[in-house]
Design a protein around this ligand. Structure first.
Ligand SMILES: [Zn+2]
Length: 361
């Protein structure tokens, strides 16, 4: 589920959404209106656009982000596991979510890009999510995961998956959708995450979260590639060394004021905590999964800054000689490619999340 307020970020506390979701009448659309905006792209699943389910216009202009996102984030709606699997029920859910998010959360439109209903209907959430997906060259800024809304596609799965799994039909539709997203945007199968990888939330529920590795494998079976996701070290006060330097470089890149000295002292702990608060991660001052997941961003040739220094310093620590100058030029690109080859990663010279994690391993 979506949130903007850290006080409301925990999944079980999302009861207010239920009231919003089901206070709205069903008012099913009829006949051609149901199918007018439903289209099948080549090799893609049927996705009902905002016109098909009767969305309200966005209240403000949407922000279009150039380029592809770098990940997909899976959510659950934390609404009841209904047994009405009809298209009308799916469209009613879409309208209810949008109304709640616009009227109560005061967002400009639906938060997430796509929704998968219990009945396995796939729907566009925020306007233009589908057209931009089909373009493969841009995406729409969203409101589904604090810290990730300009770089991640968000998918809400109708239901509550804390103690039960999604229906098999719903799961299959989710795989179809994620596969299509990966194909259109050139994402790898491992670049699928759960909301709790980034924010302090129960979302997408223990059971759906536990399925993330399976989702990666099922998508990889369709598009190829290694589905193994990143694994992050856990660093806390008193730690020292190259990985602490990397953390510090990343925090400086993200605007924290910090000396890069490789020592996890009080200043680093304070910077980690501040960064966690900013990104609605669990603010414990310990750098683990959420902190690394929020701190890293893909880096490629042409990038500059402190994060690039972090990569360069790690390459040197791995015996690959590059200048630690914060400029991602051909030498750094060659170094990254060399490291990726030795680590068994796709050697494309782009420091994606998995390359980051292997540098830290
Ligand atoms: Zn969520």
């Amino acid at each position: 589920m979506n949130h903007v307020d850290p006080a409301n970020s925990a999944g079980p506390g999302r009861r207010s959404f239920l009231a919003g979701a089901f206070a709205v009448g069903t008012g099913a659309l009829l006949g051609s209106a149901l199918t007018a905006g439903v289209a099948r792209a080549a090799a893609g699943p049927v996705i009902a656009d905002t016109g098909a389910w009767g969305a309200r216009p966005a209240s403000s202009p949407l922000n279009f982000v150039a380029g592809a996102p770098d990940k997909v984030i899976v959510h659950h709606t934390a609404t009841p596991n209904v047994t009405d699997y009809s298209q009308a029920a799916a469209f009613s859910l879409a309208r209810s979510m949008q109304s709640y998010q616009m009227d109560s959360e005061h967002w400009i439109d639906t938060g997430q890009h796509f929704t998968v209903s219990r009945g396995a209907y796939i729907m566009e959430g925020r306007h233009s999510s589908l057209a931009t997906l089909r373009s493969g060259t841009q995406h729409v800024e969203s409101a589904h995961c604090t810290g990730q809304n300009t770089v991640a596609i968000g998918i809400e799965n109708e239901g509550t998956y804390s103690t039960v799994d999604p229906r098999s039909q719903q799961y299959a539709a989710l795989i179809d959708l994620i596969t299509y997203i990966c194909q259109r945007y050139g994402l790898r199968a491992y670049q699928v995450y759960g909301h709790r990888d980034f924010n302090n939330t129960e979302c997408p529920g223990d059971r759906l979260y536990a399925l993330i590795p399976q989702i990666r494998r099922d998508v990889a079976a369709r598009i190829g590639g290694d589905p193994t996701g990143p694994v992050w070290p856990v660093l806390s006060s008193g730690a020292s060394g190259e990985n602490v330097k990397t953390l510090q470089y990343l925090l400086v890149q993200r605007g924290q004021s910090l000396t890069v000295d490789g020592a996890y002292g009080p200043a680093t702990q304070a910077a980690v905590t501040a960064f966690q608060n900013t990104n609605h991660a669990s603010a414990d001052g310990v750098a683990g999964n959420q902190t690394w997941s929020q701190a890293v961003a893909p880096l490629a040739r042409g990038a500059t800054g402190s994060a690039v220094q972090g990569v360069q310093s790690q390459l040197v620590a791995h015996g690959i000689q590059v200048s630690v100058d914060g400029a991602f030029g051909p030498g750094t690109q060659a170094g990254v490619t060399s490291f990726q080859s030795s680590a068994g990663l796709p050697a494309d010279g782009v420091v994606d999340a998995r390359t980051w994690s292997r540098l830290l391993a």
